[in-house]
Design a binder for this molecule. Structure first.
Ligand code: ZN
Length: 207
């Protein structure tokens, strides 16, 4: 089956300076009318068109860094911290580094538009990802030690999209953030557990 790139499903974290950052809705129509097992889970902008309870019981995610990945410690720190916090959640998420990983992460200068992006390539509608590219924008995720906390938050947010989460309007890494946290929160964890049902974890959220 041929893979196709969902250009319309390239997620971007917008940047707002009234708070450290607030995730933006990108072309997403959200309904308030039906039960949502987790706000960060939604089937409107869910990567690869997965539907409720997509049936992915394991989340083994091999990744490799972009060949152009800069040798600056803070980028490694940001990405490692984001991966570590996701791996540490009560979910089946298991990112691991391998040179042959199908999922690429990196950094590049994308100007003043977005803080980070995720672009999946999917097998058909409702299929699995054949690959994913995740990039942090050096324009914002930057060149001083003070940005590491922020950059880690951007990375954590983009990894949420990487996992298939959409945007939440709760206090969550996929939602509203006053800059006081930079890692997944309850709603994010619930979103993953809804999307990837696993007997070892249960989504206890619901609105
Ligand atoms: Zn986003």
């Amino acid at each position: 089956m041929a893979a196709r790139t969902y250009s319309a499903k390239v997620f971007a974290t917008t940047v707002a300076f009234s708070s450290l950052f607030i995730a933006g809705f990108i072309g997403t129509v959200v309904s308030l009318s039906h039960f949502r097992p987790a706000n960060a889970y939604n089937d409107y902008d869910f990567i690869c068109g997965w539907t409720y309870g997509g049936g992915y019981s394991a989340l083994s995610l091999p990744y490799r860094t972009d060949p152009d990945f800069p040798a600056y410690g803070y980028y490694t720190t940001m990405l490692a911290s984001a991966i570590s916090t996701w791996n540490g959640t009560a979910t089946p998420v298991d990112f691991y580094s391998t040179s042959s990983g199908a999922h690429t992460i990196g950094v590049k200068d994308m100007g003043a538009t977005v803080a980070g992006v995720v672009a999946p390539t999917c097998y058909g509608s409702g299929g699995s990802r054949s690959s994913t590219a995740l990039y942090l924008n050096t324009y914002y995720v930057g060149n001083n030690s003070g940005s590491v906390f922020y950059g880690t938050g951007v990375a954590s947010h983009e990894f949420g999209h990487y996992l298939g989460l959409g945007h939440s309007w709760y206090w969550a890494i996929m939602g509203t953030n006053d800059g006081s946290f930079n890692s997944p929160r309850t709603d994010d964890v619930c979103g993953v557990n809804v999307a990837y049902p696993n007997s070892s974890y249960s989504p206890s959220c619901g609105y």
